[in-house]
Design a protein around this ligand. Structure first.
Ligand SMILES: *Cc1c(COP(=O)(O)O)cnc(C)c1O
Length: 412
């Protein structure tokens, strides 16, 4: 979203027109921004790197977004069998889907194998069962935990010692014993150390641990370094320096391949980096409430539509698109849920009048995909802006959506 001639626009479309057309609240996604981010990551690596980007679709699963990334040449990272099925529906080939679930049953894994997708196993118990069943017939990857502290918030950190994710690199002897006894084919190693990684150095440290461990595996086709790139949230926020990152990782990768005697695929599976900034959430201000302590702007949405601020203390920049150049005043922006759902405290926003449209930035990743019907509210519509045109890609829910699957019984 950009301010052009005193109007907020997304790819030439006047933002204030969207709630008029599609109702409020509404999620809006720019394919232009998604494409830019995909290309930026791709171009951060030299062409001699055999690079594969798998979009981590849990961030935003609208089928059109999956299709867009497919058209850009991306693969897909799925964390559930349902995401696998969505990916197949979007046209991904099974071989372009990486299934990296955590703590799922053997039945779900069997289903994934039957569908022909590639699996990363994240615990020794499943590895043993998998090896017993498939032996070396189905090559699999292993999710390792390098035990490097990353992630902007403990809830989104996955690489530390208390994390439930991955198989500890310190369990390598046990891991190798299971693999050898079952004569398994391990064709990839994977790590994902969390979201919002603060500096490239920590990431490189974790990557080097994985590359060091990789020397124990003879049949590798890929190393998957996961994701966790930080995107900017505030106007002057820092973000992962992707170009520096690309240069540093390329060095480590090139040295590894030389040592390993074979060029293997280098994979990443970003979610947030690809879609966060492409999304904008538009809401309407229902009420302004002056209390002794603050001025509340109460909007027609809540934690049911956007839970990240309450869940992760995440920051979403908020602007008043109905009054782009007004006087800056201080507001606390809250939702309509019967629970404290504050989107932002003490925010400087250009003067709000009831009925104004506010835009929340960085609303592409983990916003709609984490939405619910709490308080029996409808989930919002989703709109995609593509090449200067807006498309409704998900209808706002209706009463019958709330009752779907409910079965009434007769109490008489
Ligand atoms: C969530 C997740 C990702 C994506 O993380 P982002 O911070 O959104 O880039 C990648 N890989 C796995 C296995 C994940 O669970």
């Amino acid at each position: 979203m950009e301010l052009i001639n005193n109007k907020y626009q997304i790819d030439t479309i006047d933002v204030t027109r969207l709630p008029e057309k599609y109702g409020s609240p509404v999620y809006v996604y720019s394919t232009k921004k998604m494409t830019e981010q995909y290309n930026r990551l791709k171009n951060a690596f030299k062409t001699e790197v055999d690079l594969r980007i798998n979009y981590a679709c849990k961030a935003l699963t609208n089928i059109n977004v999956l299709k867009l990334f497919k058209s850009l040449g991306s693969g897909l990272d799925a964390v559930s069998i349902q995401e696998v099925k969505l990916a197949l529906k979007a046209g991904y080939k099974p071989k372009d889907i990486l299934f990296t679930p955590n703590g799922v049953s053997m039945e779900e894994i069997d289903e994934g194998i039957k569908l022909g997708v590639h699996l990363n196993i994240d615990n020794i118990s499943i590895l043993e069962q998998f090896g017993d069943k498939y032996g070396g017939k189905v090559p699999v990857g292993i999710r390792l935990n390098p035990h490097v502290m990353g992630g902007g918030n403990l809830k989104i950190s996955t690489g530390h010692i208390d994390s439930k994710f991955g198989i500890s690199v310190y369990q390598l002897p046990h891991l190798l014993r299971v693999i050898e006894t079952n004569k398994m084919t391990i064709d990839g190693l994977h790590m994902h150390t969390g979201s919002d990684i603060l500096d490239v150095e920590i990431f490189i440290k974790a990557a080097n641990i994985i590359l060091e461990t990789a020397k124990n595996f003879k049949n590798l086709n890929y190393i998957d370094l996961g994701s966790g790139f930080k995107v900017p949230y505030k106007p002057d926020d820092y973000s992962t320096d992707i170009e520096e990152f690309g240069t540093e990782i390329t060095k480590a990768y090139t040295a590894f391949c030389k040592d390993y005697g074979k060029k293997i695929t280098l994979m990443f599976e970003p979610g947030k980096f690809l879609v966060s900034e492409a999304g904008t959430f538009l809401v309407r201000v229902n009420v302004l409430k002056h209390t002794l302590a603050t001025v509340f702007a109460g909007v027609d949405s809540g934690l049911n539509h956007l839970i990240r601020p309450m869940f992760y203390d995440s920051y979403h920049h908020i602007v008043n698109v109905s009054n782009p150049c007004g006087r800056q005043r201080i507001y606390t922006v809250v939702g309509y849920i019967c629970e404290t759902d504050t989107f932002g405290w003490n925010r400087k926003i250009s003067e709000i009048t009831e009925g104004d449209i506010l835009a929340f930035k960085n609303a592409g990743a983990y916003c709609f995909s984490m939405s619910s019907n709490y308080n029996s509210r409808f989930r919002p519509a989703e709109v995609i802006i593509h090449e200067g045109k807006d498309y409704l890609v998900r209808k706002r829910e209706e009463m019958e959506d709330l009752l779907r699957n409910q079965i009434e019984i007769d109490f008489k």
